[in-house]
Design a protein around this ligand. Structure first.
Ligand SMILES: Nc1ncnc2c1ncn2[C@@H]1O[C@H](COP(=O)(O)OP(=O)(O)OP(=O)(O)O)[C@@H](O)[C@H]1O
Ligand SMILES: [Mg+2]
Length: 424
C-alpha cells in the first residue's frame, strides 16, 4: 500500500483477502466469482509461501515483502472498497477502491475521521463485541450521491492481537437507480392505461343508463370510446416494440438499407396528414444512395417518429435532409436531419426527452395522441444501429433533430453504445 496508508505486516493483506471471501459469501449469502477467485488465490498463495518459509532453515526478514506485495496486488484488484480496522477502530488496511471513496482515510487513525456514519461505526462496535457479522446501509452525498451496503465481519488476527473488523462496501447505486426506473415505468404505464380505461367505463355506464335512448349521444360517445381504445392499443404496441428492440439491442443489423429511400417513403406517407394540420414537409435528398447497415422496419419507425414529432409539436415548415459527414473518431457517417420552425424545446427538457413517458407538456402530447415513448424507441433502435441522436433547439425558433449512422462499407472504429442523448 502506498501514499498516506503505510504498509503493515505481511499477513494483513492475505487475511483481508481471506476475510473478503468469507464476508462476501457468508454475509451476502451469494457467490461472487471474481471475489472468490481473488480470495482463494490470496489464501492459497499465502499458505504456499508461508509453508515454504516454514521449511526454510532460517526466516529472513525480507521474505515477508513479496508475500505482502502479492496480497496487496490481489486486494488492489477487488473493485469494491475493503477496509480493515482493529479493535479500537483504527485503520489497519484499505484497498485503493476504499481510498478513492474516502480520501481522508489514514493508516493508524480512527476510521471515524474518514467515515462519520453512525450506523457503520455502531455496526463495527457491535461486530467487535459480539463477533457476529452485520450488514448496514451507507449513503454518501459528496462528490456524488451513492448508496452502499456495508458488510462488517469479525476477523481474528493471526498474530493473536485480538479481533479486527473487516468492512466490505458493495455499491448499490446503479442497482437502486434501475429499481427506481422500473418502479417509475410500471407506475407510468399503469397510469397511461388507467386514464383511457376510466373514460371507457364512464361512457359505457352512461350508455347503459341515462343515454340509453339517445341515439345522437350514443354516436358521439361511441366515437370517443373508439379513440380511447385506439390510444390504449397504441400504448401497448409501443411498449411491445420497445421491449422487442431492447431484446435485440446487442444484435447488430445484418441487412443494408438506403436511408434516403426510407426517408422519401416516410415524407410521402406523412405529407398528406401534415398538410391536414397546416404543415408542409420539404425533402432534400442530396446525393444518394445513403447506404447504412440497418433494419428497414426499425429505421422507418425512427424517421416516422421524428417527422411526426415535427408535425405535432413543430411549426408549419418542416425540412427533412440527408448528408454525409466525415467524423475522425467514428469514420464516415450518414446524417438524417429533421428541422422545424416551431416553438422549440426549453434546454432543461432536452436531456430527458428520450426517457420513457417523458413529455414537455403532457396534456398537449396526450391531446395529440402521444404516449411519450417515441423518442425512447428511437434511442434504443439507434443503440442497436450504433447510431447517435442529437437534439438542438432554440425556444421561439425551432428544433433540429439529427440521427447519424455509420455508412455501409466505411471503415468505422467501434464506438460506445451509450453515446446518446440522455437515458431511456
Ligand atoms: N420537434 C419538436 N418540437 C417541440 N417539442 C418536441 C419535438 N419533438 C419532441 N418534442 C417533445 O418531446 C416529447 C417526447 O417526444 P416523444 O416522441 O418521445 O413522445 P410523444 O411524441 O409525446 O409520443 P409518441 O411519440 O409516443 O406519440 C414530446 O411530448 C414533445 O413534448
Ligand atoms: Mg413522438
Amino acid at each position: 500500500m502506498s501514499g498516506r496508508l503505510r504498509s503493515s505486516p505481511a499477513w494483513t493483506g492475505a487475511a483481508i483477502a481471506a476475510g473478503v471471501l468469507a464476508s462476501a459469501t457468508a454475509l451476502a449469502g451469494r457467490l461472487d466469482l471474481p471475489l472468490i477467485l481473488i480470495g482463494l488465490a490470496a489464501v492459497l498463495l499465502g499458505g504456499w509461501l508461508g509453508g515454504r518459509d516454514r521449511d526454510a532453515p532460517a526466516p529472513r526478514p525480507a521474505a515477508a515483502a513479496p508475500r505482502h506485495a502479492v496480497a496487496e496486488a490481489l486486494l488492489a484488484h477487488v473493485p469494491d472498497p475493503v477496509i480493515l480496522v482493529d479493535r479500537r477502530t483504527l485503520v489497519v488496511e484499505a484497498n485503493p477502491a476504499a481510498r478513492a471513496l474516502l480520501p481522508a482515510l489514514h493508516y493508524a487513525r480512527p476510521l471515524s475521521f474518514a467515515l462519520r456514519d453512525p450506523e457503520v461505526l455502531d455496526g463495527i462496535e457491535a461486530v467487535l463485541s459480539s463477533g457476529m457479522p452485520r450488514r448496514v446501509a451507507l449513503s454518501t452525498r459528496i462528490p456524488l450521491e451513492r448508496t452502499f451496503e456495508v458488510q462488517i465481519g469479525a476477523l481474528p488476527m493471526p498474530d493473536g492481537s485480538g479481533v479486527s473488523a473487516l468492512l466490505f462496501l458493495r455499491d448499490l447505486t446503479s442497482a437502486r437507480r434501475l429499481e427506481a426506473m422500473r418502479v417509475d415505468f410500471v407506475a407510468n404505464a399503469s397510469h397511461e392505461l388507467r386514464t383511457p380505461l376510466a373514460t371507457l367505463i364512464g361512457f359505457i355506464e352512461t350508455l347503459q343508463g341515462p343515454a340509453r335512448e339517445d341515439a345522437a349521444a350514443r354516436e358521439r360517445f361511441l366515437e370517443i370510446m373508439r379513440v380511447q381504445a385506439l390510444r390504449m392499443t397504441r400504448l401497448i404496441d409501443d411498449l411491445l416494440s420497445l421491449s422487442r428492440i431492447e431484446l435485440r439491442e446487442h444484435v447488430a443489423p445484418t441487412a443494408v438499407v438506403d436511408l434516403g429511400a426510407l426517408a422519401r417513403q416516410m415524407v410521402d406517407a406523412q405529407g398528406p396528414p401534415a398538410e391536414a394540420r397546416g404543415a408542409t414537409i420539404r425533402f432534400e435528398d442530396g446525393h444518394g444512395p445513403y447506404r447504412v447497415p440497418g433494419d428497414a422496419d426499425e429505421l422507418v419507425r425512427v424517421i416516422e417518429n421524428l417527422i411526426e414529432n415535427a408535425v405535432k409539436y413543430g411549426g408549419g415548415r418542416i425540412g427533412v435532409g440527408l448528408a454525409r459527414e466525415d467524423d475522425p473518431r467514428h469514420g464516415r457517417r450518414i446524417v438524417l436531419s429533421v428541422t422545424d420552425d416551431g416553438p422549440g424545446i426549453p434546454p432543461e427538457h432536452i436531456p430527458r426527452l428520450t426517457e420513457r413517458f417523458y413529455r414537455v407538456d403532457v396534456a398537449s402530447s396526450r391531446a395529440r395522441g402521444g404516449t411519450g415513448l417515441g423518442l425512447a424507441i428511437v434511442k434504443h433502435s439507434l443503440n442497436r444501429h450504433r447510431g447517435r441522436l442529437t437534439i438542438e433547439s432554440v425556444v421561439g425558433q425551432g428544433t433540429i433533430v439529427r440521427v447519424s449512422l455509420p455508412e455501409y462499407g466505411a471503415v468505422a472504429p467501434m464506438q460506445p453504445l451509450a453515446d446518446q442523448a440522455g437515458p431511456a
